[in-house]
Ligand binder design. Structure first.
Ligand code: ZN
Length: 410
């Protein structure tokens, strides 16, 4: 059985743009290697979550991995927290958090404290805080970001966000979203934690240095995206009988894959794997290829086409697509592995948001029935013989093509 390598290009597809002569960035970009894979394989279109559903990256990835998001979606917080190495337990409520700057009246002046480069001093200074038998844990993420986990009995993720998502307004009071005692208690603990953190961060030694350097104070923890693991999903390895690894730079995707039980590959800073347009994609692909010696399936996530489209940066998106194309050259050349290329959703550069348009998918490898598609694009793949599938079908198709799908019936 050939091993499988699947590349998920975040937000790669787009809509036709007038300024590109009604072509998409993927159609305009020079993509020799992606086109070769399409030519050598079978192509089609995929509704990542469902027809007419605008997927988040998290729900789309769950579906692509074969886990129905309607059942297994945990909310953004748990994925971000797991992605930065926090261990989650059943019943925990996890949030994404920032260190920000507020004035004496708790008006938010800067949601990122001047894009501070590390929150480790804040995490160390505050330590775990216990309120009414519930412990609040923080861990540093990238730059101004943190993870925050509430652990204790009787908690609920059904609470509003404390981060107001904009400046010039006060920190929001957290409110329960339902009438349960758990939601009420969680909201009360969130508000008490918010108050205690503000009080204590007034004395953070780092803020004396920051004031002297003219930098905004790191004096408020802003949190959002409450979530909990509704049900621990059956681990990927067990579910499919596959040893699977995941290669990604951005924490949310790493956390999601970790929760599903894939082995998530670690990178060092000098690897240059950042999840941003400057990410070292050759390094990612090389690492993924080397993992095929030990794994049955390796999934690679490439982020920046999505972020560039959300910034409306059409030229940047085209250039990044060409960068992806150069990086995946080793996958176009080989006949040794099954190779699948797809995306988690469409990101419209014009609307600067995800849309529900289906995404192209192409698969090549031993035994694949090829079709007449010769280019990897939204329009070309729509003519492919894979037809139009849903994200939840992809794993089954890949398992079948690689000879690993169990028989249904006798
Ligand atoms: Zn995405």
């Amino acid at each position: 059985m050939q091993p499988l390598i699947c590349v998920i290009c975040d937000g790669l597809p787009d809509r036709p743009l007038k300024q590109l002569g009604n072509r998409t960035p993927l159609e305009v970009a020079k993509t020799t290697n992606l086109d070769r894979i399409a030519r050598d394989g079978i192509s089609g279109m995929m509704h990542p979550v469902d027809i007419g559903v605008r997927p988040g990256s998290d729900t789309a990835h769950l579906a692509i991995f074969g886990y129905d998001p309607r059942r297994y979606y945990a909310g953004r917080g748990p994925y971000e927290c797991a992605g930065i190495g926090m261990e989650l337990q059943a019943g925990d409520v996890a949030f994404r958090a920032n260190i920000g700057t507020v004035d004496k009246d708790c008006i938010v002046l800067d949601r990122r404290a001047g894009r501070i480069n590390s929150t480790q001093p804040i995490v160390d200074y505050l330590g775990p805080i216990t309120i009414d038998g519930v412990s609040v844990h923080l861990a540093p993420g990238l730059g101004h970001r943190m993870g925050m986990v509430l652990r204790g009995p009787g908690l609920s993720p059904n609470v509003t966000e404390q981060d107001p998502h904009r400046t010039g307004v006060p920190i929001a009071a957290v409110r329960p979203l339902d009438g349960t005692p758990a939601a009420k208690q969680t909201a009360a603990i969130c508000n008490e934690f918010s108050r205690l953190a503000l009080e204590r961060l007034k004395y953070l030694p780092l803020n004396h240095e920051r004031a002297a350097a003219g930098l905004p104070a790191a004096n408020a923890i802003l949190f959002r995206g409450a979530g909990t693991l509704p049900e621990i999903p059956p681990p990927f390895t067990q579910r499919y009988g596959l040893r699977a690894a995941f290669v990604a730079g951005a924490p949310m995707y790493r956390g999601l894959a970790k929760i599903l039980g894939l082995d998530v590959v670690d990178f060092q800073p000098h690897d240059g794997v950042t999840g941003k347009p400057d990410s070292n994609l050759e390094q990612k692909v090389a690492r993924a290829v080397s993992l095929l010696a030990d794994y049955d399936a390796v999934f690679v996530h490439i982020k920046a086409a999505d972020s560039l489209a959300e910034d409306g940066n059409i030229e940047g998106k085209i250039a990044f697509i060409e960068k992806i194309d150069r990086a995946i050259a080793p996958l176009a050349d080989t006949g040794e592995w099954h190779v699948a290329i797809t995306a988690d959703h469409t990101t419209s550069s014009q609307l600067q948001q995800h849309t529900a348009d289906p995404v192209p998918v192409t698969i090549k490898g031993d035994g694949v029935r090829t079709d007449d598609v010769t280019a990897f694009s939204e329009r070309a793949c729509a003519h492919g013989k894979l037809g139009t599938i849903r994200g939840l079908h992809l794993m089954r198709i890949l398992l079948d093509l690689t000879g690993r799908l169990p028989l249904y019936g006798a």
